[in-house]
Design a protein around this ligand. Structure first.
Ligand SMILES: C[S@@+](CC[C@H](N)C(=O)[O-])C[C@H]1O[C@@H](n2cnc3c(N)ncnc32)[C@H](O)[C@@H]1O
Length: 314
């Protein structure tokens, strides 16, 4: 079954002037390329497994990922590739590979408990609906700007990749201005059945109002016991934050996706509580690396944290 795209609702007017201006998200390509490298990287860095990531990014990126992974011909060479990419990206490559695996495991836990709806917020080139057998009985709702969804759909078709999920619905939403709950309901999402939500690598691009508004929409559309896996960037000391903001401004020019939303762990917990969502766990790469990589973790920079929130009853 091919993913159904919900582009019927007058798409142009509502995404005109968005950060992407009709262009697919470049940050989603960057993180998918990192996943492609780590999918093919052998032990001790195996663990993040996204075998379709390479097919979803433009050819020069998939080629670069393949070359990096092929260079890992020995344990020493693997270490050099891993460390080299880590240094060049200030640890972003480590972070993305590990966070994807940590979220996969949190999702598996909910699927094993009987959840049959997955919503991927800011899905970009997320491959879970196409790579996880565990989603065979589940409906997946991929929420993003339509420009990114169009590009992904074309690449899936070109690579003849079919969903493993029972069905995939594309839900075009801009978190800054659209009604997430209504958009999901139009695509058949049920607020009465438990769900799992993923918001991976997105909140940093959003205003505080969009983060709070989306959390409320998630809370309102979640049956008790539903969970949300959300990554966020905590505020840093002023010097580091200035560097991030300047880097963010450059990235905004080049990638069209400005960095906006730093959130402190306590603020996140309060925003969640307000939306009926309680934090179950909140951790970073330091906690994941010993779980997934059989080597000592030498982190370079903690980019984000991952919080797992649960919809409380009542
Ligand atoms: C860094 S990518 C992460 C993609 C995916 N979650 C992953 O980890 O592979 C950020 C994603 O957020 C989406 N995004 C950013 N701002 C958005 C907004 N205001 N509304 C909807 N999607 C947005 C982008 O289109 C992009 O797909």
């Amino acid at each position: 079954m091919h993913p159904r795209g919900g582009h019927a609702q007058g798409s142009r007017s509502w995404y005109q002037g968005s950060v992407h201006d009709g262009r697919p998200s470049l940050t989603s390509m960057a993180v998918a390329t990192i996943r492609a490298v780590y999918t093919d990287l052998p032990a001790p860095f195996a663990g993040a497994h996204d075998p379709i990531a390479g097919a979803l990014v433009p050819r020069p990126l998939s080629l670069a990922a393949r070359i990096a992974a092929r260079a890992a011909v020995s344990e020493r060479a693997t270490g050099l590739v891993h460390r080299g990419l880590g240094l060049a990206s200030l640890g972003m490559t480590y972070h993305v590979a590990l966070r994807t695996r940590a979220i996969d495991d949190a999702l598996r836990e909910s699927l094993a408990a009987g959840v049959r709806q997955l919503v991927v917020l800011g899905a970009g080139l997320d491959g879970r609906a196409y790579r996880m057998d565990e989603l065979g009985d589940a409906a997946v709702f991929e929420v993003d700007h339509p420009s990114t969804q169009r590009d992904k759909r074309a690449r899936l078709r070109a690579a003849r990749i079919e969903p493993k999920a029972r069905e995939v619905r594309l839900v075009p939403v801009d978190f800054e201005r659209d009604d997430l709950g209504a958009s999901l309901a139009r695509e058949g999402f049920s607020a009465d059945a438990p769900s799992f939500w993923i918001w991976e690598g997105v909140t940093v691009y959003l205003t505080r109002a969009a983060i709070a508004g989306t959390l409320h929409a998630v809370g309102a559309a979640s049956a008790p016991g539903s969970r949300l896996a959300l990554t966020y960037v905590p505020p840093r000391e002023p010097r580091i934050e200035r560097i991030l903001l300047v880097g963010g401004r450059v990235a905004a020019r080049v990638l069209g996706e400005p960095i906006r939303g730093f959130v402190a762990p306590a603020e996140l917990a309060a925003l969640g509580r307000d939306a009926g969502l309680d934090v179950l766990r909140d951790e970073g790469a330091d906690a994941w690396a010993p779980r997934y990589w059989s080597t000592e973790y030498e982190g370079i920079f903690e980019w984000e944290r991952l919080a797992i929130l649960e919809r409380r009853a009542g």
